[in-house]
Design a protein around this ligand. Structure first.
Ligand code: ARG
Length: 456
């Protein structure tokens, strides 16, 4: 195929260079956006008198035909085309003749690629938001069934204080809600049309960029034509948002992996979301969670690749920027795949409350409440802390828990201890007495559930 830009060259591009340069094998993903953008551009060209109604009609039906045929698979992408923009234009001219050559008036491929990627990413972002909301709803569902399931809360992966499983899961709901808002926020900034930047400097034709922007549901046009074609901030912002989503999923995965181990056994994953071992017959491995944790690395990598690609290029468009797409497509696909497998994995996992409770009994996770018991009866907190620390030391030596120490023994450490201490340090009351906003207390957890529901 002759290059559209072949005019000033004496030789054809070398085959190796051609393959190296070509982006059709990945930017073909954006064919719908490319055709849609061309249709609106043609519409505008007609409105301002650059195309006649008749020419517009031909271009429109030509583009519609290409779209249909690509959708049905009847038309295959020509891998010799340099990119999706060249392919569509060449195909159009093949179908409707010279009128097709008028379509590229007052625009450049630099505008087209900037437009297509924004349109493509806008659609993908809304798909990811839907998946995130589904995951939040699934996690919330498990939380609602476990508002009385007591488990140890950890810091430093050491048992710290009793919490409910619902409270723990709600923490993930909050993270995922922030992920949703980060994506909405990025869309606000990216939703401006670069079409009509005309390579970099604008055009002498009386174009109406606003008309095209409105037709494509943008909030307006990019205000500087150089920036319009050079800006890939939205890719970086979205990739950063995706990296944060993956970081959250990875932390969640790590806990699921721990919880499903025999050392914890707080949950049992459904068989459908685990795998076996080729040699060890007893194994049931949490591969999905491990893969999500593993794939986090490549999404971070995509962000780094884009930031690094952009950091040294002068204004305006440079071919380096073609590298934006594989990175962002990879991160979009990865996030979508991970969310898609995560949702049913969470919905089908079975919590094992007895094991969570048994683990809560060990590890002195009621020690803070025992110290608070003394403090509420007048002992300064630091002193209470020290007394309880000493008692814990005694328990460790004797292999006892705090509720196995007799009142007489307690009295040796402080006269303030009374018989009501045992009630106060029961796991149920440790949780039930937490009344601060956001805490693990039953009312606070109900409030968090209502909050998450309201956000969905
Ligand atoms: N395939 C190119 C890309 O993905 C499209 C823009 C090409 N522009 C140009 N002046 N060569 O970035």
């Amino acid at each position: 195929m002759d290059k559209m830009w072949a005019g000033r060259f004496e030789k054809a591009t070398d085959k190796v260079a051609d393959d190296f340069n070509s982006s059709i094998h990945f930017d073909k993903k954006m064919y719908k956006q490319d055709i849609r953008g061309s249709m609106e551009h043609a519409n505008m060209l007609c409105k301002v008198g650059i195309l006649t109604e008749e020419e517009l009609g031909k271009i429109y039906s030509g583009l519609s035909g290409i779209l249909e045929d690509l959708n049905s698979g009847e038309l295959e992408f020509d891998m010799n085309a340099e990119d999706i923009h060249m392919f569509v234009e060449a195909e159009l001219t093949k179908r409707i003749g010279d009128i097709g050559k008028k379509l590229h008036t007052a625009r450049s491929r630099n505008d087209q690629v900037a437009l297509d990627l924004r349109l493509y990413m806008r659609d993908e972002v809304f798909e990811i938001i839907t998946l995130l909301k589904k995951l939040i709803a699934s996690t919330l569902g498990v939380a609602k069934n476990n508002t009385r399931t007591i488990m140890p809360g950890y810091t430093h992966l050491q048992r710290a204080q009793p919490i409910t499983f619902a409270h723990h899961l709600l923490a993930y709901c909050m993270m995922l809600l922030r992920d949703v808002s980060r994506l909405y926020d990025a869309v606000l900034r990216m939703n401006y049309s670069p079409l009509g930047s005309c390579a970099l400097a604008g055009t002498t034709y009386p174009t109406d960029r606003d008309m095209v922007a409105e037709a494509l549901n943008f909030d307006g046009v990019t205000m500087n034509s150089i920036d319009g074609v050079s800006d890939r901030d939205y890719c970086v912002e979205l990739e950063a948002a995706f990296a944060i989503i993956m970081m959250h999923l990875s932390r969640f995965s790590e806990e699921i992996i721990l919880w499903s181990s025999w050392e914890f056994k707080f949950i049992e994953l459904d068989d459908a979301y685990t795998t076996g071992s080729s040699i060890m017959p007893q194994k049931k491995n949490p591969d999905m969670a491990e893969l999500v944790r593993g794939k986090t690395g490549r999404v971070y990598g995509d962000l780094m690749a884009t930031l690094t690609m952009l950091k040294g290029i002068p204004l305006a468009y440079n071919k380096d920027m073609q590298e934006d797409k594989e990175a962002i497509f990879d991160s979009v696909e990865t996030v979508k795949k991970c969310l898609t497998v995560f949702i049913p994995m969470i919905e089908t996992m079975k919590p094992i409350p007895e094991n969570m409770y048994a683990a809560s009994k060990k590890g002195f996770i009621n020690a803070t409440d025992l110290a608070d018991y003394l403090t509420k009866r007048g002992v300064p907190f630091r002193t209470s802390y020290k007394i309880v620390g000493t008692i814990v030391g005694k328990c460790v030596k004797e292999g006892k828990t705090l509720d196995e120490i007799t009142l007489d023994e307690y009295k040796e450490y402080s006269e303030v201890f009374g018989p009501d201490l045992y009630d106060e340090i029961s796991l149920e009351s440790c949780v039930g007495k937490r009344i601060s906003k956001g805490s693990t207390g039953y009312e606070s957890v109900d409030e968090q559930i209502r909050y998450v529901e309201s956000q969905l």
